[in-house]
Design a protein around this ligand. Structure first.
Ligand code: ADP
Ligand code: TZP
Length: 265
């Protein structure tokens, strides 16, 4: 994974405008749709059980985020994941607050059977989903990404996919190799939906590149670099969010190629 892969990923996203089917939480619908549009993808929020399977079959990628899940959306998520797998559509699982709440923990564990291309969460969520403890505080992590490195690698080997852990330094692993993505801004953690929008961008990049590992790394790099630009312009969280959307839009392949990546095999 190098600068040329990042350049190619940015070009692929712009060239293909992947349609991302989002089943996500009620807090982050707008920032998720706006982040996808800013980056050059196309969002569609379709979470009725009656429609989820049909749409997952025609989308470029599917995002399942359990942040405000309830019985009806849980059924839509099951149908979307099943349909995505049948259609060969990559899908991403964001296990928001898994570990702290039994219902969503059981649902996310069940959804793993459909082998998501990428699981994307914070350290507490990934550790909990892997069965290695965790114990986040609500939707936030109580640990850095490196604390989840063994759990993430084990989970990736179990699903046959990629696991991405966010934090001050992000970590992306397929169970054999690991890339760490540095940079970014702590203002991302004071903007609701930054992590959830990151999950949607992972879905977009996986569809655009056709590669779960490359796509996950590119999405994390894009979010981090855009956050650095936005943090330089912002006065605080309120002005950071729109500046971050502007920077997601403006960031080109050469800028993405300057991401702080460290690879370990
Ligand atoms: N201390 C930090 N410094 C810089 N970036 C951070 C920091 N903590 C998290 N991030 C970034 O914020 C985004 C959301 O991560 P995080 O807050 O861990 O996700 P979640 O919202 O799922 O808990 C990621 O892009 C991550 O790299
Ligand atoms: C606040 C909140 N509550 C349930 S979902 C959600 C959004 C969490 O979004 P993020 O973790 O991306 O900030």
């Amino acid at each position: 994974m190098d600068a040329d892969d990042l350049r190619a990923a940015r070009a692929a996203l712009r060239a293909t405008t992947p349609l991302v089917h989002c089943l996500t939480n009620t807090v982050v619908q707008t920032i998720t749709a706006n982040a996808l549009l800013a980056a050059g993808a196309a969002p569609a929020m379709v979470d009725a059980p009656e429609e989820a399977a049909d749409f997952a079959a025609v989308a470029s990628a599917v995002l399942v985020n359990v942040g405000t899940v309830h019985a009806r959306t849980a059924e839509a998520m099951r149908r979307a994941a099943r349909s995505a797998v049948a259609a060969g559509t990559p899908w991403v699982l964001d296990p928001v607050a898994v570990g702290g709440l039994v219902y969503r923990t059981e649902l996310a564990t069940e959804l793993l059977e459909h082998r998501p291309a990428v699981v994307r969460g914070n350290a507490s969520e990934v550790m909990a989903l892997a069965g290695a403890g965790g114990g986040g505080r609500g939707v936030d992590s109580t640990a850095g990404a490196d604390a989840a490195a063994p759990a993430a690698a084990e989970l990736a080997r179990r699903t046959g996919g990629v696991v991405a852990v966010s934090g001050e330094v992000d970590l992306v692993t397929d169970g054999r190799r690991t890339v760490r993505v540095g940079g970014g801004s702590a203002l991302l953690t004071r903007t609701t939906g930054a992590g959830c929008a990151l999950g949607a961008l992972v879905a977009a990049y996986v569809a655009a590149t056709g590669n779960a590992f490359t796509g996950a790394v590119a999405a994390h790099a894009h979010v981090a670099l855009a956050a650095e630009v936005a943090a330089d312009l912002a006065d605080g969280p309120g002005t950071f969010a729109p500046a971050w959307l502007d920077a997601l839009d403006a960031l080109d392949g050469d800028s993405l190629a300057r991401a702080d990546l460290r690879e370990h095999r």
